[in-house]
Design a protein around this ligand. Structure first.
Ligand code: B4P
Length: 185
């Protein structure tokens, strides 16, 4: 199975998708995690993306696409994978469609985590990761509205979208996600 998790920063994409991947026995791919790891290791890519991460801006599409193309070719993605926080632009979504079509492994489902801004701010300020300060969060929310939210329509038109209320407890949200997965099995 191949599933995309879509939602604003702090909606719980990481929290939920790690658990679901384990449950389904498929790989968990977080582009955010991969980019942060590259920055910590100070690889060439890490040095290039540091400013984007610190400013709450999306990293250029081609950099993310190269990472995803390499990562999805690894053996652990054979049984399937969850794309956590990817795609984040229409160009990324189109590229992902092309990549998966070449491999004859289309997407099965897109889960949108729906939540209001007040709750997001509370969660992110509490988490307190390096990119969780107020200025960066505002920029990330802006990037989401401008560049990522159009994907809701994109996937809805392709009949892949399943929207889940992400404001409840982590357990309630997870149960709603499992129900969405069951509906396409
Ligand atoms: P990500 O790593 O994807 O991070 P995120 O959107 O902030 O968080 P997520 O939604 O996963 O929230 P989480 O479960 O942690 O992106 C970071 C940066 O990387 C981006 O800003 C961008 O610069 C770059 N990037 C990544 N992918 C990219 C792409 N494809 N293209 C370009 N740039 C890209 O939850 C947040 C907090 O809430 C946690 O503390 C959690 O414990 C808590 N929480 C979760 N669910 C809860 C619940 N139900 N109730 C209460 N608290 C909850």
């Amino acid at each position: 199975m191949r599933i995309v998790f879509l939602g604003p920063p702090g909606a719980g994409k990481g929290t939920q998708s790690v658990r679901l991947a384990k449950e389904l026995g498929i790989a968990h791919l977080s582009t955010g995690e991969m980019l942060r790891a590259a920055r910590v290791r100070r690889t060439d890519l890490g040095l290039l993306v540091a400013d984007y991460l610190d400013n709450g801006q999306l990293v250029p599409d081609q950099m993310v696409l190269d990472i995803v193309a390499d990562r999805t070719a690894l053996a652990d993605c054979q049984p399937g994978c969850i794309f956590d926080g990817f795609p984040r632009t229409i160009a990324q979504a189109e590229a992902l469609d092309r990549l998966l079509a070449q491999r004859h492994t289309p997407l099965d489902l897109v889960i949108e985590l729906v939540i209001d801004q007040g709750e997001l701010l509370k969660r992110l300020m509490k988490r307190g990761r390096g990119d969780d300060n107020m200025a960066t969060i505002q920029q990330r929310l802006q990037s989401y509205e401008n560049q990522t939210a159009p994907l809701v329509k994109y996937y809805s038109e392709r009949r892949l979208l399943n929207s889940v209320n992400a404001a409840g407890s982590a357990e309630d949200v997870y149960n709603a996600i499992v129900a969405a997965v069951e509906s396409v099995k």
